[in-house]
Design a protein around this ligand. Structure first.
Ligand code: PGA
Ligand code: ZN
Length: 411
C-alpha cells in the first residue's frame, strides 16, 4: 500500500514552477514524477492550477485518499481516488498538474516494487516490441516563440526508420540541417520553447527549408523521412461574433484563420491544408482547424485522410467524450495524447483505447513546458502508440528520446 505522498514545486524547461510528486509505498517502493505544462493549451483541457495552490490542494485532498488506502500497482484505483479527491469534471479543485504528477508517481512506485520497467507495468508482459515513430519539432513559432513562423511546429517524421534509434538520430540531423540552411540564408535563429529553431521567416520559407532538410537527411540515412505540421489553428482562429462564447461543439466555422499576414475562411483553410499535404507529401497535420470545428476536421479528413494523419490535439484534449463526438463526425484520424490534458494515466489510456478501437492512431505527446520526466516514453511503448511527439533536442526532450533508445535495447 501507499505509505506517503509528497509534493514540492520544481522548475520546468521554461523556468516556470511545476508540481513534482513522490509516492512511497509500505514495502519500500519509490516513485517520482512531475507535471508538464502547455502554452498553446486547448480550451477544454483539465485545469492547471497555480503551483502552490495545486500542491496545497493535493496535500489536503489527494494524499489522505491514497495514504494507507490505495495500492500503487492498482493504477485504476489510484486514479479513481485522485478523481474522488477532486470531485469535479476537470480537476479544477486539486489541479490537473497535481493529479497527473500523482498518477505518474504512483505508477513509478509500483514498478519499483514490481521490479519491472514502467512500460511493462503499464502495458503488460507482451509490450515493448513495437516502437513509436518520433515526430521531431525542427522549426516553429506560434505560441512557442515570438516573431517566428505563424505555424507553430514543423515536424520531422522519419517514417521509414528501421529502429527508434535511427529515427531519433534522423530527427536530430534534420534539426541540424535546418540550422545550416537557415544560416546560409542569413537567418540567425534562436530556439523556441521546444528546442525547434525559431527564425523570423515566413511560413513559405520554412516549408522550403524543411522540405530540403528532410530530403537531405533521407538521402544520408537511406530511409524515408517526411515531415508534418502542428498548426495549432485554434490559436489563430478569430470568431466572427465579437463576444463569441465558442462553447458549442459544432463551431459555425464562419470565423477567420489569421496566420501571419494570411487571412483565410474555413473553406480556404481546408483548401490550403489539403494543398500543403499534396505539395509536400505531409505525413502529419495536427490541429489544422479550430478546436470547435468538428465539421471542418471531418471535411479535411475526408479529403486527405488516406494520405496523411489528421490529428486532433486541442480538438480532443485527450478526452474520451470529445473523441467519441469526433469519431461520430468523422473528424480527424488520429489523436494527440497528453496525460496532463486529462489528469491521470487511466484517463489517457482510456482515450488511447477508444481511439485504437476506432482506427485512430494515438500520438503520445510532450508539452512545450517539460521536465526530465520520461513517463510518456514508457506510455507510448506500453500502448503500442504508432507515434510520439517529444521534440528533437534539449535535455527535457532528449530525456524521453534517450529513454526510448534504452527501452528498445532492453526489449
Ligand atoms: P503546448 O503545445 O504544450 O504549448 O500546448 C504543444 C502542442 O500544441 O502540441
Ligand atoms: Zn498541438
Amino acid at each position: 500500500r501507499i505509505e506517503s505522498v509528497r509534493y514540492r514545486p520544481i522548475l520546468d524547461s521554461r523556468g516556470n514552477k511545476t508540481v513534482e510528486a513522490e509516492v512511497v509505498t509500505e514495502d519500500g517502493g519509490f516513485g517520482r514524477a512531475a507535471a508538464p505544462s502547455g502554452a498553446s493549451t486547448g480550451e477544454y483541457e483539465a485545469v492547471e492550477l497555480p503551483v502552490e495552490e495545486a500542491i496545497a490542494a493535493a496535500r489536503e485532498h489527494v494524499a489522505p485518499r491514497l495514504e494507507g488506502r490505495e495500492f500503487a500497482a492498482d493504477q485504476r484505483g489510484v486514479d479513481a481516488a485522485i478523481h474522488a479527491a477532486d470531485g469535479t469534471e476537470n480537476f479544477s479543485d486539486v489541479g490537473a498538474n497535481s493529479a497527473v504528477a500523482t498518477s505518474m508517481a504512483a505508477a513509478k512506485a509500483a514498478t519499483d516494487v514490481l521490479g519491472a520497467p514502467l512500460y511493462q507495468h503499464l502495458g503488460g508482459a507482451f509490450r515493448g516490441r513495437n516502437f513509436p515513430v518520433p515526430l521531431g519539432n525542427v522549426v516553429g513559432g506560434g505560441e512557442h516563440a515570438a516573431d517566428a513562423t505563424a505555424i507553430q511546429e514543423f515536424l520531422a517524421a522519419p517514417v521509414g526508420a528501421p529502429s527508434v534509434r535511427q529515427a531519433v538520430f534522423a530527427n536530430a540531423a534534420v534539426h541540424e540541417r535546418v540550422g545550416e540552411l537557415l544560416s546560409e540564408r542569413g537567418e540567425a535563429a534562436a530556439k523556441g520553447d521546444e528546442g525547434a529553431w525559431a527564425p523570423s521567416i515566413e511560413d513559405a520559407a520554412a516549408f522550403e527549408i524543411v522540405d530540403e532538410a528532410v530530403d537531405d537527411v533521407a538521402d544520408e540515412f537511406g530511409f524515408d523521412v517526411r515531415f508534418g505540421l502542428d498548426m495549432a489553428a485554434a490559436e489563430c482562429y478569430e470568431d466572427s461574433e465579437e463576444q463569441g462564447s465558442s462553447n458549442s461543439r459544432t463551431s459555425s466555422g464562419d470565423g477567420e484563420y489569421v496566420f501571419g499576414d494570411e487571412v483565410r475562411s474555413t473553406a480556404e483553410q481546408i483548401d490550403y491544408v489539403a494543398g500543403l499535404v499534396d505539395e509536400y507529401d505531409l505525413a502529419y497535420v495536427e490541429d489544422p482547424l479550430d478546436e470547435n470545428d468538428y465539421e471542418g476536421f471531418a471535411d479535411l479528413t475526408e479529403r486527405v485522410g488516406d494520405q496523411t494523419l489528421v490529428c486532433g490535439d486541442d480538438l480532443f484534449v485527450t478526452n474520451v467524450e470529445r473523441l467519441r463526438d469526433g469519431i461520430a463526425a468523422g473528424a480527424a484520424n488520429s489523436i494527440l495524447v497528453k496525460p496532463n490534458q486529462i489528469g491521470t494515466l487511466s484517463d489517457a489510456v482510456d482515450a488511447i483505447e477508444l481511439a485504437t478501437r476506432n482506427g485512430y492512431d494515438a500520438v503520445v505527446s510532450h508539452r512545450s513546458g517539460e521536465t526530465e520526466d520520461t513517463t510518456i516514453a514508457h506510455l507510448a511503448v506500453a500502448v503500442d502508440a504508432p507515434f510520439i511527439k517529444t521534440g528533437t533536442v534539449g535535455g527535457e526532450r532528449t530525456a524521453k528520446l534517450n529513454e526510448l533508445i534504452r527501452i528498445a535495447d532492453e526489449a
